[in-house]
Write a protein that binds this ligand. Sequence first.
Ligand SMILES: CCCCCCCC/C=C\CCCCCCCC(=O)SCCNC(=O)CCNC(=O)[C@H](O)C(C)(C)COP(=O)(O)OP(=O)(O)OC[C@H]1O[C@@H](n2cnc3c(N)ncnc32)[C@H](O)[C@@H]1OP(=O)(O)O
Length: 230
Amino acid sequence: MEPSLARCGWRATARVRSAPVSNVPNPGAASGPAPSPPSGPGPLTPPADAAAPVRHPDAPAPGEPLGPHYEHCFGCGEAQPHGLRLRARAGEGVSITAEFTVGPDHQGAPGLAHGGVLATALDETLGSLNWLLRVVAVTGRLQTEFVRPVPVGTVLHLDARVTAVHRRKIYCTATGRLGGPEGPVAVRADALFVEVKVDHFIDNGRQEEIRAAMADPDQFRRVRAFEVNP
Ligand SMILES: CCCCCCCC/C=C\CCCCCCCC(=O)SCCNC(=O)CCNC(=O)[C@H](O)C(C)(C)COP(=O)(O)OP(=O)(O)OC[C@H]1O[C@@H](n2cnc3c(N)ncnc32)[C@H](O)[C@@H]1OP(=O)(O)O
């Protein structure tokens, strides 16, 4: 241990307190064997009749930057001072690459990215995939795996792809690597997005921001085009 940390009273031997499992009361014990864990495919496994994703003919070309989908978005917006300012590019097929530089505003522990911020980076990258399908969709489910700590200053290189589509459900997966596209894997996610109409935002968003977004002709046209010109 660093001498300076030892001076602060930190002990490398700290352990979570725990009781032996046999001492934990089990109210179900008297009524027979414990229920078996759920089996079968989970909600992030596409059903057998799911289809392969199809890249929309008007999707941005591979390598083309996607640009923010909303300027105040915490994930990608330019007008969001503490946001992630994640930059995404179209990939081949229905895939995306993205970069996010972890800054001091993104810390959880000293010098390390907050797990929720990393989940946001994964969510934002996965959400960008819908631009290649040309549908508007929101996250229904996001399962994250944190494999390595991510220091402040790291450029996290993300890649994501859609694996299957079933009715309004879009199944996708993403990986984030440290320092470069071939760097060690730090985070992973599997997700289910659900296609929605633009009315989802109009009906549920705070009126102040909705009015401002509707007054922005670029914003409105871009999103509506997904609905009326599938
Ligand atoms: C002028 C206005 C301008 C607007 C500008 C807009 C620009 C922005 C454009 C694009 C935005 C993209 C934003 C990107 C940001 C990154 C992504 C996010 O963080 S999004 C935020 C977090 N997510 C939510 O807030 C969702 C909250 N949840 C909901 O609203 C609903 O629960 C919703 C829409 C997800 C589903 O509700 P239902 O009533 O529409 O759909 P049902 O009929 O229940 O489900 C349809 C199918 O999906 C399955 N499903 C739904 N939710 C599921 C879940 N959580 N897990 C598993 N399956 C689920 C169901 O089982 C059903 O499947 P079966 O077709 O029957 O097989």
